[in-house]
Design a protein around this ligand. Structure first.
Ligand SMILES: CC(C)(COP(=O)(O)OP(=O)(O)OC[C@H]1O[C@@H](n2cnc3c(N)ncnc32)[C@H](O)[C@@H]1OP(=O)(O)O)[C@@H](O)C(=O)NCCC(=O)NCCS
Length: 147
């Protein structure tokens, strides 16, 4: 059974293992996730199947009041295609709504199939930055009104 729950400090190694497996080099460092647990409680959410962490989503407040960023969403390759990413995204948006956020933002590579997932959950393309992470690293900036 799939359970979505907030991460605790002891979950950091499992989250970091997913980070490395899904996003490769360079991943967010493990100490970043440890601090995320403290900085943004409830916003580092895990997907757990039969006691095994298979995915995570991280959101955090943005600089502008009422705005938040989805910083990362990853599901282990072996667990994909079963609705886990969708459940994580829905749970993250629910948390943001409960916290009074009005707008969620994220970036995604224009070729990433996750763009369709985001669009089906209310995100729209704001603009394309052709070099968001430098030359040859375009990203769509996507925005979702939460209500
Ligand atoms: C994106 C990701 C989190 C999706 O996780 P998942 O558990 O496989 O997603 P789901 O099973 O919930 O599928 C969600 C939707 O996306 C679609 N989808 C997922 N992967 C897809 C793919 N490779 N190609 C086409 N559609 C895909 C599914 O069909 C599903 O559509 P639906 O909403 O109409 O049912 C996962 O593929 C992943 O970790 N990718 C690598 C990391 C990444 O790119 N993260 C996003 C960064 S912006």
């Amino acid at each position: 059974m799939l359970v979505i729950r907030p991460a605790a400090p002891q979950d950091v190694p499992a989250v970091f293992a997913i980070e490395r497996a899904v996003f490769g080099d360079p991943p967010y460092p493990d100490f970043f996730f440890r601090q995320a647990v403290d900085m943004w409680p409830e916003q580092l959410l895990l997907a757990e199947t039969d006691g095994r962490v298979v995915g995570y989503i991280l959101s955090c407040p943005a600089g502008q009041a009422g705005e938040a960023w989805i910083m990362s969403l990853g599901v282990l390759d072996s667990a994909r295609g079963q609705g886990t990413g969708k459940r994580l995204l829905i749970a993250a948006l629910d948390v943001l709504k409960k916290r009074g956020c009005k707008t969620a933002l994220l970036t995604a590579h224009p070729d990433n199939p996750a763009v369709g997932l985001y669009q089906r959950h209310g995100f729209q393309v704001d603009h394309l930055d052709p070099a968001y992470f430098g030359a040859g690293e375009p990203r769509l900036l996507m925005r979702c009104q939460l209500s």
